[in-house]
Design a protein around this ligand. Structure first.
Ligand SMILES: [Zn+2]
Length: 134
């Protein structure tokens, strides 16, 4: 009796089982030996709808999982943050770092909060505001 080529599939005349083609390598296998290929997508695994043989089965790449950030810390009750934008005085400068002045010789400030000062003090750092200078 002539047998058709059956690749890696095992043939048992007393217990016949269907054959299947691996979606990756094209090898002929018993259908029961082919497995669904899964891959990470988002927070879980997704079936790629590929039936593959054991040598072709890939381990899902953990790099494709979504990064789950820890929750934000508990907010502080009655917080009193420093209003840095109100406290700072930023003068407008040109590309060379020279402070711009108006036609009366008054230094120009960069934000409205700085304009609300009744008397803008002279800048001791001459336009450069190093952090923690107080
Ligand atoms: Zn295969």
């Amino acid at each position: 009796m002539a047998w058709r080529y059956h690749g890696r599939a095992e043939v048992d005349p007393r217990r016949p089982s269907p054959f299947g083609i691996c979606d990756r390598c094209g090898a002929l296998e018993n259908l029961e030996n082919l497995r669904w290929q899964y891959q990470y997508a988002g927070v879980g695994l997704v079936n790629l709808q590929l039936l593959v043989c054991a040598p072709c089965m890939d381990v899902p790449q953990p790099q494709l999982t979504a990064t789950i950030l820890p929750p934000d810390p508990e907010p502080v009750f009655n917080a009193r943050p420093e209003y840095y934008s109100v406290d700072e005085i930023d003068y407008l400068t040109d590309q060379n770092g020279n402070i711009l002045v108006d036609q009366d010789g008054k230094k120009l400030v960069s934000n409205e909060a700085s304009e609300n000062f009744s008397d803008v003090p002279s800048d001791p750092n001459n336009g450069i505001n190093p952090p923690n200078s107080d």
